[in-house]
Design a protein around this ligand. Structure first.
Ligand SMILES: Cc1cc2ncn([C@H]3O[C@H](COP(=O)(O)O)[C@@H](O)[C@H]3O)c2cc1C
Ligand SMILES: O=C(O)c1cccnc1
Length: 339
């Protein structure tokens, strides 16, 4: 197993990082697949629960994966691009919701309790807003790197799974810009209503994304992360990489979370191999983005909140998958006749 490369000293290091990070344990994956074939059920009858158990086997490196400690990290940040009128909510909602997370009043607090995850909320750079990407780069490469390293450091090496989420008014615009910057397309291809923007606002939002991509879209995926991204998005990307370095499988959340890691995919698609996608958000860009990332969401139940909420609901299914995988009898053990 490779050494932990964090903290990184430059974004350039991300280019060769996939070669320095641990890969999947294919022996454990094969063992888990073989076990699934012996359990007392028709092969494939537990659908994605079977694949989920095998994914956890491969990335935890054991035939019988377990989740004792589930860590949920919600990163919070603010965005200069809100000056363009791209969210119906004012920027102060970010700090107000951070307070709400801390007193247990947000959706993610309830979902983490239901799914058995420990929630931690991390404000990046004291919620200091980035610069407006329609005018200048949102972050310098150094600011982006600092946020990324903060995210990587926040991952508990003792965790058995990491859920990644965010809070930051305006960040569905950041997500659309990152998606367009990495995968191409216009603002209109990637924007959606977010927290409930009206039709006029949507036109402004698409225009802001087009302006940002015209200014910074020539950059490579890592340049795009700094120029069009946000601090909490960079922190999410860092947490995903930190988890990989520490042998922790990841459940990604909705559109914003998946767009945050799109630059990693742009740098090297293998960087996301340890990640499952918890759900398909109702934010329209998400399904398009998942197609580009080559990922299948575990569930699609009309959620569009962020905060790691979809990942937390998906954790309930991961727990169900592992209960079956570890607890079921084999045909031989139960004396059940095979086909
Ligand atoms: C009360 C409230 C709680 C939230 N929890 C997550 N978000 C979500 O909505 C925001 C992105 O949407 P937009 O780009 O339209 O501003 C992010 O903070 C995201 O986490 C919330 C938004 C609000 C208003
Ligand atoms: O899917 C998401 O990540 C999302 C959707 C709407 C608002 N905030 C986040």
């Amino acid at each position: 197993m490779s050494q932990n490369p964090f903290p990184l000293s430059s974004l350039e290091e991300l280019r060769s990082l996939a070669d320095r990070l641990p890969g999947a344990d294919e022996t454990a994956r094969e063992g888990a697949i073989a076990r699934q074939a012996q359990l007392t059920k028709p092969v494939g009858s537990l659908g994605i629960l079977e694949e989920t158990a095998c994914h956890f086997a491969a990335w935890q490196g054991r035939i019988n994966p377990e989740i004792k400690r589930a860590q949920a990290l919600v990163f919070a940040g603010n965005h200069g691009v809100v000056a363009q009128g791209i969210s119906p909510f004012p920027q102060e909602v970010t700090v107000q919701m951070v307070a709400n997370f801390r007193t247990g009043g947000a959706a993610i607090n309830q979902l983490c309790r239901a799914a058995g995850a420990d929630l931690e909320v991390i404000e990046i750079d004291g919620l200091n807003p980035t610069r407006d990407f329609t005018v200048e780069p949102a972050m310098t490469p150094e600011e982006c790197l600092a946020a990324l390293n903060t995210g990587a450091a926040a991952v508990d090496p003792e965790a058995d799974v990491l859920l990644v989420g965010e809070m930051g008014i305006g960040n569905t615009t950041i997500a659309a810009a990152l998606a367009a910057g990495v995968f191409g397309g216009t603002g209109a291809d990637w924007v959606g209503p977010g927290t409930g923007l009206n039709a006029e606002g949507l036109i402004r939002k698409a225009g802001a994304v087009d302006k940002g991509v015209a200014l910074h879209g020539h950059l490579d995926a890592l340049g795009v992360m700094a120029a069009l991204g946000g601090r909490e998005e960079a922190a999410m990307a860092g947490a995903v990489l930190g988890a990989r370095a520490k042998g922790v499988p990841v459940i990604l959340d909705g559109f914003v979370c998946c767009a945050a890691v799109a630059p990693l995919f742009g740098a090297d698609p293998r960087l996301l191999d340890h990640c499952l996608v918890g759900h398909a958000s109702a934010e329209p860009g998400h399904v398009k983005l998942l197609d580009k990332l080559g990922k299948t969401p575990m569930i699609q139940i009309g959620m569009r909140l962020g905060e790691a909420s979809g990942a937390a609901v998906a954790l309930l299914l991961v727990r169900a998958a592992l209960e079956c995988h570890n607890g079921m009898a084999t045909f031989a053990e139960a004396g059940v006749t095979e086909a």
